[in-house]
Design a protein around this ligand. Structure first.
Ligand SMILES: Nc1ncnc2c1ncn2[C@@H]1O[C@H](COP(=O)(O)OP(=O)(O)OP(=O)(O)O)[C@@H](O)[C@H]1O
Length: 238
């Protein structure tokens, strides 16, 4: 397998909390992988480690064979939407992207390409303070794509989106995959991503409890992925 992300025996402790507990997995190139688990199961911590934002207690996370910090042109390799991005409310969507494009050494012309791609071209001249949550998510996605990265990491991108927004997001992810990109997308609500993912990783209390293609995990014809997920992550209160 041509793995673009490899997590190897990763452990992260915060004081006495074990957020990630000996986690290993690989993400194949050109796939959409769902990173699933209930609240507090360690998804964000893992994704932050892949992006070099959290230092592991033990183990490692590699991107295209190197730790994030050793990537020669990280913006061209991996783009991320981690949490509801912070936008300057008085800035227009276009200005927001221009500021980030400049910082990333990306040409201004790419800003308009991306605004069209995420369907914000008409709203680009409006201030972000008037944007809906869905529009902010689109702007975050455009920001993550500035460097034309081969890999996208999205932490709970469907949070707060309405059904149209979720459908738009699914189509958007499929289109990125069909361009040959790899997407690792986390969610604690399985139904948001079940239709679009090629594979899922199910996390529970910092450990991998299942990994595989959706149809492999739902061996029984009447069993849905939701059933499997709930079974695997029962007694989740922590
Ligand atoms: N900076 C931190 N300091 C202390 N504890 C932390 C920190 N970050 C995460 N944790 C703890 O580590 C555990 C895993 O958290 P994490 O955010 O990785 O889970 P998650 O699966 O992303 O959850 P959610 O779906 O709620 O975002 C939780 O118990 C959390 O409280």
């Amino acid at each position: 397998m041509d793995a673009v992300i490899e997590v190897d025996s990763l452990t992260k402790r915060f004081g006495r909390t074990v957020a990630v507990d000996g986690l290993s997995f690989a993400v194949p190139r050109g796939s959409i992988v769902g990173f699933l688990g209930p609240n507090g199961s360690g998804k964000t911590t893992t994704l932050r480690t892949v992006l070099g934002l959290t230092v592991p207690t033990a183990g490692r996370a590699m991107v295209e064979g190197r730790p994030y910090a050793a990537l020669p042109e990280p913006a061209r390799v991996i783009g991320a939407v981690l949490d509801a991005a912070q936008f300057h409310p008085g800035r227009t969507g276009r200005d927001h992207l221009r500021v980030f494009a400049k910082a990333a050494g990306v040409s201004r012309s790419r800003v308009d390409v991306l605004l069209r791609l995420v369907g914000l071209d008409e709203a680009a001249g409006r201030r972000v303070r008037g944007y809906s949550l869905g529009m902010r998510q689109r702007l975050s996605l455009a920001t993550a794509l500035l460097g034309d990265p081969r890999i996208l990491i999205l932490d709970e991108p469907a949070n707060g989106l309405d059904p149209q927004g979720i459908r738009w997001l699914r189509d958007f992810l499929r289109d990125r995959r069909d361009e040959g990109r790899t997407v690792l997308v986390s969610s604690h609500v399985l139904s948001e991503v079940a239709q679009v993912v090629d594979e899922v990783l199910v996390l529970h209390r910092g450990r991998l409890v299942a990994q595989g293609r959706v149809e492999e995990l739902t061996a029984h014809p009447r069993q849905t992925l939701e059933d499997v997920f709930l079974d695997l992550t029962r007694e989740t209160s922590r």
